[in-house]
Design a protein around this ligand. Structure first.
Ligand SMILES: Cc1ncc(C[n+]2csc(CCOP(=O)(O)OP(=O)(O)O)c2C)c(N)n1
Ligand SMILES: [Mg+2]
Length: 465
């Protein structure tokens, strides 16, 4: 075992003290400080000093070469190679992490790509679900513009991440979503009518109208309800995964998050917890380039998100988020690894948020319309997958118009039904959190009821008192 000690003296010189084994590489000078290990024979030498400032450029080497290492040293946490070279690891690697892809922009499999085959039945179901998302987005967005809904968020441009990842999971896996993943809950069996009920906050909404629109959730489908505060779900997912581990379940937790969410401390705490607890969780980050109007270059300096996983000791991959086949293969493999090896996995899906952030945003104010158009058309994940299934002989133009017409009818019907249903009663505003209503909530309820009595005309007629 050898020792390396770096001492900064006033004159900015470095004295290196090393064991005998290292001598071949240094000019040795006697008379320096001594550091001992009881287990090995030590000599001590003072080596030629180096002027830090003069040699600064050589300190910022991209990486160490194998030749730079000549010994290892025990530290808490394991053995670490030692080196006489003082090289800072560069803040940015010259090479960016690659992005796994199966289908090119025209829907042709890239020669040599390794991926999980999907059957005709599964492929058509995946495509139909993506078209359902597109249709929902068009109609619900319009309904918000007509003033029938208070708020709406689309999944435009991210249909493949929604559907292909959902298809790769099982119902036993717990999903902890952000808010742009309604396709995942739909895939698990949440009816279109329920989507509309939630958006209108009517009495059939599972959340009884207490959440904003687009905050879906279902106990039955192991899909935790969306939380408005960004990144809430990420540490929760590490916790859910740890609980699945304790119960020895053949399932994992899967959480979705945006690139913007990685700027929250919760993201970092979650990754670290998951790593040290060996929690079977798959973190799926939709890197869509924007957190409302903040572009990713104002969000982080790292090579995206996958590089952060590596820093936390988490197996990570970057995938083309507009390639349904690539996502399906990656999430299948990630799930399998998370469960079999009992460890977390980070997936960074590269994509683009094609629509405005939500109905409260106008993205043309902060990004070029041509850029949006390019991603909407040339890079569309839905068109790409359609080309693939059509070329396989699994789909044709007739199927397409029939499907679009049919889904359009279903969404319009769901809106009409949901809109007519009464709102949850005033009482529901105060229930479900505490077993017994605490005094402060009891007082608040009394206050509200008093106000309704005093000004009944101000109170919405479709909300039972
Ligand atoms: C703690 C917190 N801060 C700020 C917000 C406001 N907010 C809502 S969405 C959002 C952007 C999130 O961006 P990203 O995670 O990239 O998701 P995307 O909308 O791109 O899918 C912000 C800042 C919030 N909801 N919660
Ligand atoms: Mg984003």
């Amino acid at each position: 075992m050898g020792f390396l000690k770096i001492l900064y003296s006033n004159s900015k010189v470095i004295h290196r003290i090393a064991s005998k084994q290292t001598l071949g590489q240094f000019h040795a000078y006697p008379g320096a400080l001594l550091d001992f290990s009881s287990t090995c024979l030590l000599s001590f030498f003072r080596f030629e000093s180096t002027n830090l400032l003069k040699e600064q450029s050589s300190l910022f080497a991209e990486n160490y070469d194998d030749d730079d290492y000549f010994q290892v040293m025990d530290f808490p946490g394991g053995k670490v190679p030692i080196t006489p070279q003082m090289k800072f690891i560069s803040e940015s690697s010259e090479k960016r992490l690659p992005c796994y892809r199966v289908l090119d922009d025209d829907g042709y499999p890239i020669p040599g790509s390794i991926f999980e085959e999907v059957s005709k039945e599964l492929a058509v179901k995946m495509y139909s679900s993506m078209v359902t998302l597109q249709t929902m987005d068009t109609i619900f967005y319009e309904a918000q513009r007509q003033g029938r809904l208070s708020f709406y968020l689309t999944t435009a441009g991210e249909e493949a991440i929604n559907i292909a990842s959902a298809a790769a999971l099982t119902l036993d896996d717990f999903v902890l979503p952000q808010y742009r993943e309604v396709g995942v809950i739909l895939w698990r069996g949440y009816p279109l009518q329920q989507v509309a009920n939630q958006l209108f906050g009517n009495k059939f909404d599972y959340g009884k109208g207490r959440q904003m629109p687009c905050h879906h959730g279902s106990n039955e489908l192991n899909y935790l309800t969306v939380s408005s505060p960004i990144a809430t779900q990420i540490p929760q997912a590490a916790g859910v995964a740890y609980s699945l581990k304790m119960d020895k379940k053949e399932a994992c937790a899967v959480t979705f998050l945006g690139d913007g969410s990685t700027s929250e401390g919760d993201f970092h705490a979650a990754l670290n917890f998951a790593a040290v607890l060996d929690a079977p969780v798959v973190f799926i980050c939709r890197n869509n380039g924007w957190a409302i109007s903040t572009p990713i270059n104002e969000q982080f300096r790292s090579d995206g998100i996958a590089s952060k996983g590596i820093a936390y000791g988490i197996r990570s991959i970057r995938v083309d988020g507009n390639d349904a086949l690539a996502i399906y293969s990656v999430i299948r493999a990630a799930r399998e690894m998370a469960i079999k090896k009992q460890k977390p996995i980070l997936v960074e899906a590269m994509t683009y948020r094609v629509a405005h952030h939500s109905t409260s945003d106008d993205s043309t104010k902060y990004r070029p319309v041509e850029e949006i158009e390019h991603w909407k058309t040339a890079k569309s994940p839905v068109s790409r997958f359609r080309k693939y299934i059509q070329r396989n002989g699994w789909w044709n133009d007739e199927d397409e118009s029939e499907l679009r017409g049919d889904i359009r009818k279903q969404v319009l019907q769901a809106i009409q039904v949901a809109e007519k249903v009464k709102k949850p009663s005033l009482t529901d505003l105060f229930t479900d959190v505490y077993d017994k209503l605490p005094l402060n909530l009891h007082d608040q309820e009394k206050l509200v009821r008093g106000a309704v009595k005093r000004a009944p005309k101000e109170y919405p007629s479709d909300v039972p008192v």
